[in-house]
Write a protein that binds this ligand. Structure first.
Ligand SMILES: [Zn+2]
Length: 446
């Protein structure tokens, strides 16, 4: 396929940055910036708007359908155009909403998360349209405007797909990226592709006791019960397990290690149960890879220094590893606490998503597109910690992957939701190539 790539991708990226689509501030700004962004897309991508079917799902979701040569289950490529707030603007080395282009780099909020993906995805489609290409099967492009605020638009879109009986053959959303240090101390270029995401449940513990003077406390006060529950939970963490995907990921990292680290990684790969325990003992990110994590994020109780509180409480943030569910996590918390005087209730809850296949055609095509855009680097599946909009689709579309085709250093990854977020023009150009290749090689429905 002979495709002319349009010039000016950096400028298009910059223009997107200049519209502050901060979904957390929508109550204050109104939908204005989001409508402006829609208008901007119309201007920047004329062929996309002329030739693709377009509909809005809620006020914050843009859905495009590119009819393919054959009918059947489509491909769904997702990104979001809302961004998180910028924090202390003064801490940025370039203003976060100016879209400064400087020495091969575009600066500003959203360049990596996730307007960068919006830009390279639409560029790829526009370039293919200009070359009169038609995909082998239907292609949907979904752009969400409130991913960073619980993704109500994506949830609605997923419900709409189900109502219409559309079950995508492949779903690709944000998540992993092209990195040069996939784990601390592991130096290698790799495309990290999320094949599952952990679940989440927020649990509140509440205990009550008779109020009274603090000078003569009873045997067990409400605060004692909550403190005891928290320390029991700490003493009995969730079991550590090594899913096959994680074990394979470590195997791929072995060649990039040396000395003691290489020994440790070899053990992790050869004796997974022991590896899981080793990682769990390291706490932090390493432990989060192999177990359901639990953190006490809020403690409450008491109104005065000398009065026994009537009620005390704790809030637990639990991130659920594949193999468990919100229900089993809740059951375990109750069992470990072992106290009828403590009420355990769950708020927000999502089960972990199933693990997408890594031996099917979808993953193979995705890896081939990565390899083409990024000089042969490997695609490595992993289980990601954070939630994406794709969780609404995973239930009825088993081949769901989480990956943005943008190259980023460790510092750049930290700038996501932080300060000085920026993307290189080289990454944008390669990202465009990735999506273009992926769309080109989509197979017929058979
Ligand atoms: Zn994002």
């Amino acid at each position: 396929m002979d495709v002319q790539v349009r010039v000016g991708i950096a400028e298009r990226m910059s223009r997107m940055v200049r519209i502050p689509t901060v979904s957390a501030h929508v109550d204050a700004t109104g939908p204005g910036p989001f409508h402006d962004f829609e208008e901007l897309l119309r201007e920047l991508y004329p062929l996309v708007h002329e030739r693709l079917e377009f509909e809005k799902i809620t006020d914050f979701g843009l859905l495009f359908r590119w009819p393919g040569r054959t009918s059947g289950s489509p491909a769904l490529l997702m990104a979001h155009y809302d961004v998180v707030p910028v924090g202390d603007e003064g801490a940025w080395s370039r203003p976060p909403f100016d879209g400064v282009i400087d020495d091969g780099v575009v600066w500003g909020r959203g360049t990596l998360d996730d307007k960068g993906a919006v830009c390279v995805l639409l560029d790829a489609v526009e370039n293919l349209l200009a070359a009169d290409f038609t995909p082998a099967r239907d292609l949907y492009v979904w752009l969400g405007g409130n991913e960073e605020s619980h993704g109500a638009a994506a949830r609605e879109a997923a419900a709409e797909f189900q109502r219409r009986g559309i079950h995508p053959w492949i779903v690709l959303d944000e998540g992993g990226a092209v990195v040069d240090e996939p784990l601390k101390g592991i130096r290698m270029d790799a495309a990290m592709v999320g094949v599952s995401e952990k679940g989440i449940v927020t649990i509140t513990l509440t205990a009550r006791s008779d109020p009274g003077h603090a000078s003569a406390p009873p045997k067990l006060t409400a605060t004692d019960r909550i403190a005891r529950a928290a320390s029991r939970l700490r003493a009995h963490p969730f079991p550590a397990r090594m899913p096959q995907v994680t074990r394979d990921m470590f195997r791929r990292f072995v060649p990039a290690t040396r000395g003691a680290m290489r020994v440790a990684f070899r053990i992790i790969v050869a004796v997974p149960w022991l590896g899981a325990r080793m990682l769990a003992a390291m706490a932090g990110e390493a432990a989060a890879v192999v177990r359901t994590t639990l953190a006490v994020t809020m403690l409450g109780g008491g109104t005065a220094a000398n009065v026994l509180p009537e009620e005390a409480s704790a809030v637990l943030n639990v991130r659920i590893a594949p193999g468990e569910t919100a229900t089993t996590a809740l059951r375990r918390v109750r069992r470990v606490i072992r106290d009828r005087g403590v009420t355990v209730s769950a708020q927000e809850q999502h089960d972990p998503s199933p693990i997408s296949p890594v031996d099917g055609e979808q993953f193979r095509l995705l890896s081939a597109a990565v390899s083409d855009a990024y000089d042969g680097i490997p695609s490595i599946p992993y289980i990601q910690m954070s939630a994406t909009d794709s969780r609404y689709f995973h239930v009825f579309s088993p081949a769901t992957y989480r990956f943005s085709p943008l190259k980023m250093t460790g510092a750049q990854r930290e700038s996501i939701h932080g300060i000085d977020e920026h993307v290189t023009v080289d990454a944008l150009e390669r990202g465009e190539r990735f999506y273009r290749r992926l769309i080109e090689v989509l197979p017929n429905d058979n």
